[in-house]
Design a protein around this ligand. Structure first.
Ligand SMILES: Nc1ncnc2c1ncn2[C@@H]1O[C@H](COP(=O)(O)OP(=O)(O)OP(=O)(O)O)[C@@H](O)[C@H]1O
Ligand code: SF4
Ligand SMILES: [Mg+2]
Length: 319
């Protein structure tokens, strides 16, 4: 049994009296201890997928179909109390913006200690010791001395470390990291990625790492799921995806990664406009931009198929 199994997940928002689907039948799983990258351009449904797993979708967004199982237990229908006890203990998330995850008016020690007390049932004193340990785990030196400091007294990278400490303090089995490094500069990004890699090894964490940055993803993930227009396009081991992507959108995405010798920071965007939820047809969402589209691509959703160790949704890759 996989640690997390997402099956045919649909997420919709009611807009002008009808349901607009932003996640449209996404299926993937994560084994215990595995690191899975969730990649795709802005608006492809990565964050809504993560929020749906944790049942943190913003009202009026909701799961309209599908299932999310964590350790075999269905989460889409679990009680709110059960979800609260799961979140932050077995299943944690860190977001891009570390400031929004921390309360500016309380010292970080209080915030960490509160989370630990709530989930591990420890006394305040024992929770404080666990907080010091968690800060040490994420590489914050003089952890005991920093418990009394406020979020604004930490740099962006250090704040992200504090949030990661909070997320792993209760030893979750799965950590979801939604663009945890996007707001940080390049050197700090690399440090945070190295930290996640290290924590995964030390704590045996499974990781769902959401990113635009394929290079960072390749550094820590075993496997990647490529999303486009709310659909899964390809699911493959990272090495195989980089060496031989089978899906035209995956290929286009990989061609956008700046190569050695490109002008610094030069991005090569995929030609054509990004898909707009609610205005997508029944077929493949990449069809308007796809160089190898077939007649049926606009009309019929491409079926998901296994190709070796890849899962691919594409008519051109269909047998
Ligand atoms: N409250 C909402 N109402 C309607 N549509 C929404 C709402 N929140 C998000 N969406 C839409 O859902 C789609 C998927 O959004 P999501 O945040 O999952 O994208 P993403 O892949 O995480 O993008 P990014 O890389 O920019 O973070 C987007 O088109 C977005 O506009
Ligand atoms: S299904 Fe058709 S349009 Fe979509 S990626 Fe494959 S070939 Fe291109
Ligand atoms: Mg997002």
């Amino acid at each position: 049994m996989a640690l997390l199994e997402v099956r045919d997940l649909h997420v919709g928002f009611p807009v002008a009296g009808r349901m607009v689907e932003v996640v449209r039948g996404v299926t993937f799983s994560i084994e215990a201890g595995e690191a899975l990258g969730l990649v795709g351009e802005s608006g492809s449904g990565k964050s809504q997928t993560a929020l749906a797993i944790l049942r943190l979708l913003r009202h009026p967004g909701r799961v309209t179909r599908g299932s999310v199982r964590f350790e075999g237990r269905e989460l889409t229908t679990a009680s709110e109390a059960a979800m609260r006890s799961l979140r932050g203990s077995s299943l944690s998330i860190v977001f891009q913006d570390a400031l929004s995850g921390l309360n500016p008016v309380f010292p970080i020690g209080t915030q960490l200690t509160d989370v630990i007390m709530a989930h591990r049932g420890l006394s305040r004193r024992a929770a404080r010791d666990a907080a010091v340990e968690a800060l040490g785990l994420v590489g914050i030196r003089d952890a005991a001395g920093r418990l009394g400091q406020y979020p604004h007294q930490f740099s962006g990278g250090m704040r992200q470390r504090v949030l990661i400490a909070m997320a792993v303090a209760c030893r979750p089995k799965l950590l979801i990291a939604d663009e945890p490094t996007t707001a940080l500069d390049v050197t700090v990004q690399a440090q945070i990625v190295a930290l996640l890699h290290d924590l995964r090894a030390r704590l045996g964490l499974a990781l769902l790492f959401i990113t635009h940055n394929l290079d960072l993803m390749a550094e820590i993930c075993d496997r990647a799921v490529v999303l486009y227009g709310g659909m899964m396009m390809e699911d493959a081991p990272v090495g195989a995806l980089f060496a031989a992507p089978l899906q035209p959108y995956s290929r286009a995405l990989l061609e956008c990664v700046p190569r050695l010798g490109d002008r610094a920071g030069s991005l090569r965007p995929i030609e054509g406009a990004s898909p707009v939820p609610g205005r997508l047809g029944p077929g493949c969402p990449f069809e308007p931009r796809c160089g190898v589209a077939l007649d049926r691509c606009a009309a019929e959703r491409p079926p998901e198929q296994r190709r070796g160790d890849h899962r691919v949704a594409c008519w051109a890759a269909a047998s």
